[in-house]
Design a protein around this ligand. Structure first.
Ligand SMILES: Nc1ncnc2c1ncn2[C@@H]1O[C@H](COP(=O)(O)OP(=O)(O)OP(=O)(O)O)[C@@H](O)[C@H]1O
Ligand SMILES: Nc1ncnc2c1ncn2[C@@H]1O[C@H](COP(=O)(O)OP(=O)(O)OP(=O)(O)O)[C@@H](O)[C@H]1O
Ligand SMILES: [Mg+2]
Ligand SMILES: [Mg+2]
Lengths: 223, 223
């Protein structure tokens, strides 16, 4: 479902260039539970950003469902990011002025397919599943780090996208809470065929992954 | 060096009150390597914020070096936070317009005790020690999550404070990088007698801790 060829990403910085990705080739089958591991600074977030159309590549191609994303208009990219690809950001990126429930309802409201009552029910159900049933009215600044992380997780999953990009989704979670999140993702994978691509430093996540890819200095070193 | 009695922190929220800390008693000896563990949302960050004078308690006392911090003026608190207590925040809190080197030099500049050359040398040495020797001129937005975390770590350690509060300092780090950070802290503890109080979900950190405190729902459950 995701096909990456010769993917290269350079960040120009003053007089130097940071080569964040150096020609990455990767095929990810639909329904995968793939984990990308590698040292801090090795390119995991950059790779996920390329797949999630958050940023443009310097060279190489990313195909999602057979479609080369570099050929898409901004409108089509926004559409892809709303309907097809869910993103759990390493820095969460919650909307500070909305509370927990509103943050999770937001993408469903944008999609405009369900009634407000259906949207509210869907959001509440997922928030209960990640252990935030008592925190609907907290705003992000009124939550703990791991609670914000779980709001970001719920928001990415609530639209039931085909592909979920999860950037270190358990970094701020204790092992018990983390396990419940991973179980939730595992059952979405099983029942809905959702493709999960994790980046992680957490050995527990690797227990759930069916394929593991190692990245080092912007290159894949083992696949 | 830190003495906590009946520490209580309530957050009023619409019509409810969140009881984040419910009467915590804790004594932390000078030179400790203490780890606070507990589920997401259990009160770890709130506890560190109380010790670090980032926020005021609802009830109970915090004494640092025998001094009740609730009696201190804002001026004295700023002084304490600059000279005595280093804080590695769960959300890093770096200054976005300064680059890595400037972020780490900043507290030393505020202290005004060393020459600019000495400050620069000290900051560079510590940044090398956390593996960021090639990233002096990156601004926080131009760094990976784990790199930002290490800038936050270097900034807290560069003033060689008596007490370091580390809120999930390895959350965004791979195990090799995390281990080098913990080794650095261990040698500061050994050579300078620095007191370290970690909050963590990372089992590797527990290997370095000499005492472990468990918190659950705002209460200490094992000490
Ligand atoms: N400003 C606030 N208003 C209301 N509730 C708050 C506020 N800040 C924190 N809380 C609540 O206080 C409780 C403790 O939060 P705290 O950040 O100390 O948890 P934590 O143990 O650090 O969690 P984590 O491991 O997820 O970082 C949480 O349930 C949180 O929702
Ligand atoms: N805007 C930017 N300008 C310059 N360099 C950048 C920029 N963004 C990222 N980098 C660099 O690109 C490299 C890869 O970053 P990336 O965020 O992908 O790493 P990562 O594997 O996700 O690391 P972590 O595990 O710490 O989150 C890093 O060395 C980083 O400093
Ligand atoms: Mg990253
Ligand atoms: Mg916390």
């Amino acid at each position: 479902i995701v096909e990456i060829n010769g993917l290269t990403k350079d960040y120009p910085l003053d007089k130097t260039i940071v080569h964040a990705l150096r020609g990455v080739d990767l095929k990810i089958a639909q329904g995968s539970l793939m984990s990308i591991i590698g040292p801090s600074g090795s390119g995991k977030t950059t790779l996920l950003n390329m797949i999630g159309c958050v940023d443009k590549a310097t060279a190489g191609t990313v195909k999602i469902g057979g479609v080369d994303i570099s050929g898409l208009s901004d409108r089509q990219i926004t559409d892809l990011r709303l309907h097809k690809v869910g993103f759990i950001f390493q820095t969460f990126n919650l909307i500070p002025v909305l509370n927990t429930l509103e943050n999770v309802e937001f993408p469903l409201l944008l999609m405009g397919k369900l009634s407000n009552a259906q949207i509210r029910a869907k959001a509440k159900k997922l928030l209960d599943a990640v252990g935030l049933g008592d925190y609907f009215n907290h705003r992000p600044g009124e939550l703990s780090g791991g609670q914000r992380q779980r709001v970001a997780i719920a928001r990415a999953l609530v639209t039931e996208p085909s592909i979920v990009l999860a950037d270190e989704p358990t970094a701020n979670l204790d092992s018990v809470t983390g396990a419940s999140i991973l179980n939730l993702m595992q059952s979405m994978n099983k029942e809905l065929g959702t493709t999960f691509i994790f980046s992680t430093h957490d050995p527990d996540v690797l227990q759930y992954a069916r394929s593991i890819v190692k990245i080092h200095d912007g290159r894949i070193v083992e696949a």
